[in-house]
Each structure stands twice: as C-alpha cells, then as structure tokens.
Design a binder for this molecule. Structure first.
Ligand code: NDP
Length: 341
C-alpha cells in the first residue's frame, strides 16, 4: 500500500515489492502462524482501509509502505498455536504477500473440506458467503413467493443472494452493470432476470431511469431489497417497495469513492408503508459458521448452487484486479491465485 487514497482507487496506489520483508521464521514463543498464501480475495471494503479515517472503530486503516491485508486462503508452514499444525489449510485475514506471519491466529478458520475449490473459502464458503446468507435469511426474513431485488447481482455476495432467493421460491431480479454479466452469470446459471444498464455505471445513470426500470420488473412492488450499492439505486428502489417490505443494507459501493456520500432522500415511504431498513455486518455472524457450512456444502455438492469466480493469476495482478471492482470489471467473485500448491 503506497499512500492514503481519495476518490477512486488507482493501480498506482499500490506497488509490488520484491524485498524480503518478513523473516521466514516464527519468533520464539509466538502463538501465531507462518503461512504460505495460496489465494487472496479482492473485497470492496479494502478501499475503506485505504482512506485515512477511524471507520467507527470497525477497521484500522493501512499504514503506507506496508503490505495490504485482507481475506485469503493459506497453508500453515509453522505454528506456535495449538489449534494449527504444519500442513493445515486455513482462511481468514492474511497479508497480500507470498508468505505471512499471522499473529492473530485465533481469528483463522481451519479448512476441513477440500473437495471444493480452495478459492471458494474467499467467496461462497468465506466472508462474502456468510454475508449473503446472514443478510438474506437472518436480516431479510424472506418468505416463499415474495419478490426480491438484489443489486450488484453478479458479484461475490449478490450472486448468492439471487440463488438463495430462487431456492426459497421467490421471484428474483438482479441488477448488474453490463450485458456480459447478464448472459454469462445470471441468466444461464441462476435464472435471475436482469436489469442491465449496458455497461454504464449506476452512478452515471439518471435517477428516473432506475425508477422506471425497477417498476417494470416489479409491477406489484418489492418485498425484499438486498442493497449492495446504496446511493441513487437505493433511493429509487425505496419508491417501489411494498407494504412491510424489508431492505437489508449490506454495502454502499457507489459511495465508497465519494468524498461526501449522497444522502438518501426518499425516506417517507419507509414510514407510510412500514418498511424496515436494517444494516448488518458479517462480523456478527461468524459464530454461525459451522451451521452455514452444513447448509452450503450440500448445496454446492449437489449443484443446487453454483459460484462464478473471476480469477487473476499472480500476486502482481492484485492492483488491477482490486481497482476493477470499482468500475465493475469483475464478473463474479474476484480472486488472486498466488500459488497453486
Ligand atoms: P462485487 O463482487 O459485487 O464487486 C463489486 C461490484 O459492485 C462491481 O462488479 C459492480 O457491479 C458494482 N459497482 C462498482 N462500483 C459501483 C458503483 N459506483 N455503483 C454501483 N455499482 C457499482 O463485490 P462484493 O459482492 O464483494 O460486495 C458487494 C457489496 O457488499 C459491497 O458494497 C461490499 O462493501 C458489501 N459487503 C458488505 C459486507 C457486510 O458485512 N455488510 C461484507 C461483504 C461485502 P456491476 O458492474 O454489476 O454494477
């Protein structure tokens, strides 16, 4: 990480260093682990850590000229922690580097099931998966037959919400930024309809167009809106919510690049229609992880849920892959494969 970022992130906000910055040895008496990183995860929240802010105590921002940290899958090379031994596979917060010393080993999850791609532990079986699961089943309280709208529907979180809703017997419409995402991700695999703005980022789309499009796909209104983008989309969708609808505030990616976030203007319908709008963070749901795995693994093995990934090979691809999240370049979950063994 080079220095604090304002506005859209650029590839030049990061650089690749070939210096050997860590000693490949656990310090004496450490209860951490030394790992080899295999897969790293590009997640929108990393941009928040690149800004100089206290983030309400939820995250600490990065220090310039130190490695980016984020979610990844890694192999333990040495362990001072009784929970882990050499050769174990884990997922959790690690460094964006080939090898890392993770001092907070207690925060890592051991990977017990390797009959699925390891990269899934950065997505469907990792942080975005629990986010989608908690946000849909716990926060949105869905019922069979309800109407569900999900934004950023082809991404790491959105593609799962769409499939969960479909499995529950809901009518689902997802939005995405390009036709390519429509065809390759949504219609072929998930039978989710699509609102597509032909590659134009939602921040550029005039408000009335969103309102018209949403109304067209939901002539009788929306019961559940799973919001990944915030901003104008959220404002437009509120106008088309049904009585006693629920809005799960998952993310606001359209706002992360702005110095001043746009305010949500259309709050009156929340009162008139008794709509609940509830924010949540995945951190409050990690204690449900084993229950989540018991549900998700059979879905994957039986092919009831599929997961699209956008795989970049090589650590040096990280800046481009990460920056691409904010222009919608990724199709599916964006991962970086650092090493295949
Ligand atoms: P995605 O894989 O969906 O990638 C980001 C996508 O967001 C892009 O592909 C693009 O999709 C869309 N996008 C980018 N910029 C804009 C913009 N300016 N306006 C509208 N859409 C935009 O990311 P994730 O699935 O990982 O994350 C989705 C959301 O969930 C994010 O807001 C993230 O912060 C949030 N999140 C929240 C968590 C929580 O605990 N509450 C945990 C994890 C994620 P397209 O081209 O289709 O528009």
């Amino acid at each position: 990480f080079k220095n604090y970022v304002d506005g859209f992130p650029k590839e030049s906000d990061m650089y690749v260093s070939t210096e050997n910055t860590i000693r490949l040895k656990l310090p004496q008496g450490s209860n951490g682990v030394l790992v080899k990183n295999l897969v790293l995860s590009c997640d929108p929240f990393l941009l928040l850590l690149m800004r100089k802010s206290d983030h309400g105590g939820l995250f600490s921002c990065y220090t310039p000229d130190s490695p980016i940290t984020g979610y990844g899958v890694a192999k333990i090379l040495d362990s001072g922690n009784p929970k882990f031994k050499k050769g174990d596979l884990v997922w959790g917060i690690t460094g964006f580097e080939e090898y890392s010393i993770i001092t907070d080993a207690e925060s890592l999850f051991k990977i017990e099931h390797t009959d699925v791609p390891l990269s899934y532990y950065t997505g469907i079986l990792g942080m975005p998966g629990i986010t989608a699961w908690a946000g849909f089943y716990e926060v949105s309280t869905p019922k069979k037959g309800e109407t569900v709208f999900v934004s950023a529907a082809s991404g790491a979180v959105g593609q799962l919400v769409g499939q969960f809703a479909k499995l529950m017997g809901c009518y689902v419409v997802g939005s995405a930024g390009s036709k390519e995402k429509n065809i390759s991700v949504l219609i072929n695999h998930f039978l989710v309809l699509l609102i597509c703005f032909n590659g134009v980022s939602f921040v550029l789309v005039v408000d009335f167009l969103i309102v018209l499009t949403v109304t067209r796909y939901f002539p009788e209104g929306i019961d559940i809106y799973f919001d990944n983008v915030g901003g104008k989309m959220l404002d437009a969708v509120i106008l088309n919510m049904r009585k006693h609808g629920r809005i799960a505030l998952c993310g606001q990616i359209s706002q992360y690049n702005l110095a001043e976030p746009e305010g949500v203007k259309n709050l009156l319908p929340l009162i008139h229609k008794g709509i609940t709008m509830k924010g949540f963070t995945v951190f409050d749901y990690y204690n449900h992880y084993s229950k989540f795995l018991d549900i998700l693994l059979p879905f994957i093995r039986e092919g009831k849920i599929v997961y699209i990934e956008d795989v970049a090979e090589g650590l040096e691809k990280t800046p481009a892959a990460f920056v691409g999240l904010f222009s919608g370049r990724n199709i599916g979950k964006q991962v970086i494969v650092v090493s295949r063994e």
